[in-house]
Write a protein that binds this ligand. Structure first.
Ligand SMILES: *Cc1c(COP(=O)(O)O)cnc(C)c1O
Length: 377
């Protein structure tokens, strides 16, 4: 038996929408399917304004431009994340200030944010790890008190909530990813959520190379031109057509992924009760969106042995993340304090195979092998 870590959900009907897009003759950005996808997110989650992007990384780059990051501005963010949380701000010249995670949840610790605020602070970037909400009331309160922007890296967090509010809708900006490893996919792709009404127009301009082309096509102005900084952040409408099929299957995908999550959780709880591992802690303000399944073991050594054991049994499990502050690129630039919780999660997290077509018997096989590992050690 071989069980891969990920297998993208690729229904044959995607081909039909891609064909329809190609045959329509308009395949550049901001076409018919792009508008359908925008409407889906605005209707389903009540987002005021969204823009499809070529990736979540690009959506975050737009957020960095919208926050008007200038050299020397400080951006507070977790170290326990993907480099795409950091790059967009570093590209604008920001100084990265890494905050540790909570002790029991691999999300940024609001108390650590508070300690790191200085007069140069400009933005707080949060990551809802595995789709589990950060403590947003506390984070928004800190941001408001110090006049900081809040950007939600919601790459994992489509269809997840904080006290009933959709993630991505709480900060000034939110960013989803449709990379093939996420819940809803388009190969590469993303979405920027613009929650401030007075940032909507500028977001559209940045999206289309610094032009007011979107206003022009709505007939609001009679010619368009270069009015601000920008880049080409909009995907081809053919990508949006692919995404549209995923959105039509949104409930089906999400129902299955959430079931997979809860089945892993149930199957692993006995090992948690026996003290071999720790299942994810779900804060009372957070929900499960079936993005990924992780658990933690007691040490780096146990983690590596267990990953090897699973690999020998044909199971592709992985660790997560190499902290940004100790990465090859950043470690020589890092002058902040030690981040013990970040290091512990980085050493001890294991992620299990997780994808729509994963069968219950495959999950049972995975958990049996984990059982064998601990019970025969
Ligand atoms: C996947 C991911 C990204 C990047 O998403 P892309 O769409 O690949 O650019 C950013 N942040 C986090 C936390 C991610 O997991």
């Amino acid at each position: 038996m071989f069980i891969p870590f990920n297998k993208p959900y690729l229904p044959l009907s995607s081909m039909k929408t891609i064909m329809a897009s190609a045959l329509s003759g308009t395949i550049a950005g901001n076409g018919r399917f792009t508008k359908k996808c925008h409407r889906f997110f605005e209707d389903r989650f009540g987002f005021g304004k969204v823009l499809l992007t070529t990736s979540c990384t690009d959506a975050l780059e737009m957020a960095s431009l919208l926050c008007r990051i200038e050299p020397g501005d400080e951006v507070i963010l977790p170290s326990f994340t993907f480099m795409s949380t950091a790059n967009p701000f570093l590209l604008r010249g920001a100084n990265l200030v890494f905050a540790d995670t909570l002790p029991d949840v691999p999300n940024i610790d609001p108390e650590e944010i508070e300690k790191l605020v200085t007069p140069r602070s400009k933005v707080i970037v949060v990551v809802h790890y595995g789709g589990f909400a950060c403590d947003m009331d506390r984070i928004m309160e800190i941001a408001q008190r110090h006049h900081l922007w809040v950007v939600e890296d919601a790459a994992h967090a489509v269809d997840s909530y904080y006290r009933g509010k959709p993630l991505g809708s709480i900060g000034n900006f939110g960013a989803f990813s449709f990379h093939e490893t996420k819940n809803i996919i388009s190969g590469e792709g993303g979405l920027l959520i613009i929650n401030d009404e007075n940032q909507r127009q500028r977001a559209e301009i940045i999206w289309e190379k610094g032009t007011n082309r979107a206003s022009f096509y709505r007939g609001e102005i009679d010619k368009y031109g270069w009015v601000d900084l920008g880049s080409s952040y909009l995907p081809s409408d053919t990508i949006a057509a692919f995404l549209w099929t995923q959105l039509n299957h949104f409930n089906r995908i999400q129902n299955r992924r959430k079931k997979i999550w809860w089945l892993y959780y149930e199957l692993l709880r006995p090992l948690e009760d026996q003290g071999y591992l720790k299942c994810p802690v779900i804060p009372d303000y957070a929900t499960v969106n079936g993005n990924l399944f992780y658990f933690t073991v007691s040490s780096l050594e146990v983690r590596d042995c267990l990953l090897k054991h699973l690999k020998n049994n044909g199971i592709q499990a992985v660790f997560h993340y190499l902290p940004l502050h100790s990465s090859a690129f950043f470690k020589n630039k890092y002058t902040g304090p030690d981040l013990p919780n970040t290091n512990r999660f980085s050493n001890c997290i294991i992620r299990l195979p997780f994808f729509y077509s994963l069968r219950n018997r495959q999950m049972k096989f995975v958990v049996n092998k984990i059982n064998d590992f601990f019970l025969t050690r």
